[in-house]
Design a protein around this ligand. Structure first.
Ligand code: PBG
Length: 324
């Protein structure tokens, strides 16, 4: 009788051994909770395509932030849903605009206990729904948009955001916003570049979450899902321009990109488990087809294993409790 020489199963035989040899360990401090806040809302409004996620009022936002703090979540990323939109996204730069008001409130309430982050992009604020301003032909004007991003970044820094998440995918946005922040006396404001951001169908539910008015798509500025090396170029450029952190987005369909970016990035790498990734888990779990908590944690573990040091996830507060 001959015996197997190698028995990998030895290290899987009990919970105690498995725990000892686990290579990837998620920690609540690595999770970032994305939240939506709606101008004029008195009560939170459910988002049908993202069960359990809401458009917050200012009061319920503060409560959610306190819940995230209590669970040990590391960061909170705020998106604004303005009452009125226009061609240049005026609400984004108005100190009294909903996003800036919410940032100020969170910075005051919980700014010492959790990292307060702002989405820096115009799409929630423009009536045409694009991430930038348009030229006379109706195309997104890259360089005119940079000026708006600079003003938006300064408004967010002044409102108290510690981290600005530049998600617009305009060329030169990191360098331009960095210079504007420095000139305006905000050298410590951190820039998180959504460096590798794909034109993805997985953002579908997010469009409902921010009441997007977009007609058409973002394919002239967000990346083609077919491409990998382009992400390395975007990451390199963003780091050169001064990004303090970079992100890959979406997460699960782009683990190869995440792994390649993590292998060469000299700054922390994050990933965003986006609205459609969340909605898929929720829909399948609601049908009893998969186990909700188990699959959510497996997806987050996979994203971490592939190279993300921080993960933006709508599960952040819940996941922190599961991990606790
Ligand atoms: C742009 C932005 C989007 C998301 C985050 N920031 C939408 C888009 O680029 O179309 C999507 C996030 C998600 O789907 O959860 N401001």
């Amino acid at each position: 009788m001959s015996f197997p020489t190698h028995r990998p199963r030895r290290l899987r035989q009990s919970p105690a051994v498995r725990r000892l040899v686990a290579q990837t360990r998620l920690h609540p401090a690595q999770l970032i909770l994305p939240v939506f806040v709606k101008e004029g809302a008195q009560e939170p409004t459910p988002i049908a395509s993202m069960p359990g996620v809401v458009q917050h009022s200012l009061a319920s936002l503060e409560q959610a932030a306190r819940g995230a703090v209590a669970a040990g979540v590391g960061g909170i990323m705020v998106f604004g849903v303005p009452a009125a939109k226009d061609a240049v996204g005026s609400g984004a730069t108005d100190p009294d605009g909903i996003l800036n008001v919410a940032l100020r409130r969170l910075a005051d309430a919980v700014g010492d206990e959790i990292v307060v982050m702002a989405d820096l992009c115009l799409d929630e604020f423009t009536d045409h729904g694009h991430c930038g301003v348009l030229d006379a032909r109706g195309a997104v004007d890259n360089d005119a948009t940079l000026e708006r991003y600079a003003q938006m970044g300064i408004a967010q820094a002044e409102a108290g955001a510690s981290v600005l998440g530049l998600s617009g995918m305009m060329d030169g946005q990191v360098g331009h916003v960095r210079a504007a922040l420095d000139q305006a006396g905000h050298p410590d404001t951190i820039v998180l570049a959504y460096a590798a951001k794909y034109a993805s169908g997985f953002y579908g539910p997010f469009r409902e979450a921010v009441a997007s008015s977009l007609v058409g798509d973002r394919k002239t500025y967000q990346q083609d899902p077919a491409n990998l090396t382009e992400s390395l170029r975007e990451v390199r450029l963003d780091i050169e321009e001064g990004a303090d952190m970079v992100m890959v987005k979406p997460a699960l369909p782009y683990l190869d990109v995440l792994s390649a970016v993590a292998a060469e990035s000299t700054v922390p790498v994050s990933a965003y488990q986006v609205s459609g990734e969340y909605a898929m888990i929720e829909a399948a779990a609601a049908n009893g087809w998969i186990e909700r908590e188990r699959v959510a944690l497996e997806a987050l573990t996979g994203i971490h294993r592939a190279g993300a040091q921080q993960i933006l996830t709508y599960y952040a507060t819940e996941a922190a409790a599961w991990l606790g």
